[in-house]
Design a protein around this ligand. Structure first.
Ligand code: FES
Ligand code: FES
Length: 169
């Protein structure tokens, strides 16, 4: 077991984990962050996308121990409490989802994309989302949603309430 300390959605966490445990497993199985989903076992779909120190990563492709000392934001911590992040609001307004399975990853990737490039072209949006797959093939409205969110504030959830959380093995 390896001791890790990190911040997840504004809460500080200390835990002992198997070195082989994936970050997505840690988030879902140890912290109950089931908003981050697993859509494949090949690192292809992007459904598990979270922000690691502000950069989007596929959390099935990162070990929990690699997040030691980092700040992780999941779909559950993206928006201020009680509200929607501008990207979530745009997905809702543009009907940027069908079954919704890809949506957490799409929203997290879109938010990271807009943070880097607040005014992307349609081509830049499609390129920025190429690592995220929608099995309902709802890409058109997803791109529209990102276009709508462009220009709005896309900062991540630094407003999330900080709290100490000790999780023991
Ligand atoms: Fe991580 Fe598919 S579950 S890329
Ligand atoms: Fe169903 Fe994208 S909305 S997978």
């Amino acid at each position: 077991m390896t001791r890790i300390q990190l911040t997840v959605d504004g809460a500080r966490v200390a835990d002992d984990v198997e070195p082989r445990m994936l970050l997505v497993q840690y988030l879902r199985e140890r912290l109950g962050k089931t908003g981050t989903v697993v859509g494949c076992d090949t690192s292809n779909c992007g459904a598990c996308t979270v922000h690691l120190d502000g950069t989007s990563v596929k959390s099935c492709n990162v070990l929990a121990v690699q997040a030691d000392g980092c700040e992780v934001t999941t779909i559950e911590g993206l928006a201020p409490e009680g509200g929607l992040h501008p990207v979530q609001e745009a997905f809702r307004e543009c009907h940027g989802l069908q079954c919704g399975f890809c949506t957490p990853g799409m929203v997290m990737q879109s938010a990271a994309l807009l943070k880097e490039n607040p005014s992307p072209s349609e081509e830049e949006i499609r390129l920025g989302l190429e690592g995220n797959l929608c099995r309902c093939t709802g890409y058109h409205n997803i791109v529209r949603a990102v276009q709508q969110a462009a220009g709005a504030s896309t900062g991540s959830s630094s407003d999330a309430t900080s709290q100490e959380q000790e999780v023991t093995a």
